[in-house]
Design a binder for this molecule. Structure first.
Ligand code: SF4
Length: 187
């Protein structure tokens, strides 16, 4: 498999991006430009780094601590076709739960040609732009307009809304602060 995905950052074991422990991927690139976005460093489509789908899947599957993965950004669905290839292969090789955060509203998503297949791999979509005036910043929604779209019964709204508000993780060469109201990646 030769396809690659453009990534901004990864946390292999996150507790603040959904229930339990999750491998969390911030995708690079977003064109929505929501006012007050907490993560402007993810907007450029030229920054970030490429990872192979094979390498990413091996890293995820080798991680025995996680219950699932969270796809966030940036806008993951700028790379929708490749994400479908990635999720299809991951689902063949694991039973991990899948949460997707996207700036598209559910009504926008439903008419995308890729949505019927994409939706078969995902348990929960958190859908909609961030609207600063409607900021709430708990669970996985940064603003009240964003919708939870449960596509399976794997997760409940209580589990989602009880996710920790934020976490700080220290790595050899960086520090990452993330959660429903903050994403900071420090070298
Ligand atoms: S969709 Fe998300 S990443 Fe993109 S500008 Fe809006 S809040 Fe920021």
């Amino acid at each position: 498999m030769t396809e690659t995905l453009k990534i901004h950052e990864v946390i292999p074991c996150s507790r603040a991006n959904g229930p339990s422990i999750r491998y969390t991927i911030w995708f690079q690139g977003c064109t929505f430009n929501c006012k007050g976005c907490i993560n402007p460093a993810t907007h450029s489509t030229t920054d970030g780094y490429q990872v192979s789908i094979d390498g990413l899947i091996k890293d995820i599957i080798a991680n025995e601590k996680i219950e699932g993965i969270t796809l966030t950004g940036g806008e993951p669905l700028l790379q929708a076709e490749t994400i479908i290839i990635f999720l299809k292969e991951l689902k063949l090789r694991s039973n991990l739960g899948i949460i997707l955060l996207t700036g598209y509203s559910y009504s926008e998503l439903k008419i995308k040609s890729y949505f019927p297949e994409l939706s078969t791999y995902i348990d929960l979509i958190v859908a909609g732009r961030y609207i600063e005036d409607q900021r709430i910043s708990y669970g996985l929604r940064g603003s009240a307009n964003k919708e939870y779209v449960f596509l399976t019964n794997r997760y409940t709204i209580e589990e989602i809304e009880n996710s920790p508000l934020a976490e700080i993780q220290f790595f050899d060469n960086k520090k990452i602060i993330s959660g429903s109201f903050i994403d900071i990646f420090l070298e």
